[in-house]
Design a binder for this molecule. Structure first.
Ligand code: NDP
Length: 332
């Protein structure tokens, strides 16, 4: 049984863009599991934009990370010791104690997942939180209807790439995406069935997206100029699922809002934010659909995998630069 492990601590609260100096890789002792506890060797962990917000010392929907302490996040691992009847050595589990090589906690912190026939990493992507986020945003928030024309920003990321495909599977008549490189744009149109995609580095989002509008639904992962463009390009009674605002996560000062908010009134638009964890009631329904879509080859998912905890900080910084296509993961 290992007696030591490694984990990533928050060394400083980033101001603006995070740097490697804001993190520290720390070796610590690994005690034996106590009564009711389970020891898991993490095999793959999730790299997520929301972690950036938790590095700020502000009140939000999740508590901030504590300075000088280990980060956490979604992870999958294998049970290597168990003092609880609900989990056995060899079980694959999903949990929130990532950013460390081993997770030691009461059994209730871990959820046993079925790793037969699917890659275990799927539980951090298409069968996990990003997939459910895409589904919730489209179905519960935007109220997607057959025939809707859908615009998605951050379209080649974990949530966006799934949202575009799910929109089409649920009856959207057109799906258009915005992403940050020619390779991403080609992936969206050639492999994922997006009707059109633009590289937002080629110009202002409004100018690039206008030829593909109007839209009934906007799935917003980015905020900023993309949101302003979407407001301009939505039809009357259009709906916005406000999922994320990554364009502003590393800004030191609050960024200006869309300048065309009055169009929300004149077009009777509806914009609603959401947090996926409020919608656990849809998880079972989504899992059933997603498993079938994946099995039928109708829902394609891609991963960008960085190897080893030593490179986890690079993966996190890279996520914000757009290094990932599909879900950003670290394999341990
Ligand atoms: P992604 O896999 O989409 O990774 C982030 C991507 O954001 C990058 O690959 C990059 O791609 C893009 N990006 C970075 N900076 C900018 C910018 N300035 N303008 C436009 N695009 C940018 O991450 P996720 O799929 O995990 O998350 C997507 C969004 O969904 C995030 O905003 C996240 O916070 C949010 N989210 C919200 C949830 C909720 O419950 N509401 C749950 C999960 C995620 P590119 O090359 O295209 O720039």
């Amino acid at each position: 049984m290992p007696t030591a492990t490694r984990e990533i601590h928050l060394a400083a609260r980033p101001e603006g863009w995070p740097t490697p100096d804001d993190f520290r890789l720390v070796e610590t002792e690994l005690p034996d599991p106590g009564p009711g506890e389970v020891l898991v060797r993490n095999t793959v962990m999730s790299v997520d934009p929301y972690m950036r917000g938790r590095m700020n010392d502000v009140k939000s929907y999740v508590p901030p990370y504590r300075l000088g302490e280990v980060l956490d996040g979604g992870a999958v691992g294998t049970v290597i010791a168990s003092n609880d009847d609900s989990l056995a050595v060899g079980d694959t589990v999903l949990h929130q104690l990532g950013w460390r090589e081993h997770a030691l906690a009461p059994a209730a912190a871990f959820r046993h997942v079925d790793a037969t026939g699917v890659d275990e990493s799927a539980y951090l992507g298409v069968l996990g939180m990003p997939g459910l986020t895409a589904y919730v945003g489209l179905v519960a928030i935007a109220g997607l209807r057959e025939g809707d024309r859908v615009l998605i920003s951050g379209a080649a990321g974990a949530v966006g790439s799934l949202a575009g495909q799910i929109a089409r599977l649920l009856g959207a008549s057109a799906v258009v995406g915005s992403a940050g490189s020619p390779e991403k744009v080609a992936w969206l149109t050639d492999d994922l069935g997006f009707d059109a995609a633009v590289n937002y580095h080629d110009g202002a989002p409004l100018r690039l997206l206008e030829p593909h509008g109007p839209f009934d639904v906007y799935f917003d992962n980015v905020g900023g100029e993309h949101l302003e463009a979407a407001i301009a390009l939505l039809s009357d009674h259009g709906r916005i699922a406000a999922c994320g605002s990554i364009a502003s996560y590393n800004e030191e000062l609050p960024t200006p809002g869309p300048r065309n908010m009055f169009q929300v009134v004149t077009k009777r638009l509806r914009m609603q934010g959401f947090i996926v964890t409020d919608h656990a009631d849809l998880a079972r329904e989504y899992q059933r659909l997603a498993r079938q879509w994946v099995a039928d080859g109708e829902l394609v998912h891609r991963e960008t995998v960085v190897e080893g905890l030593d490179h986890a900080v690079d993966a996190f910084l890279g996520l914000h630069r757009g290094d990932n296509i599909g879900k950003m993961l670290v394999r341990l």
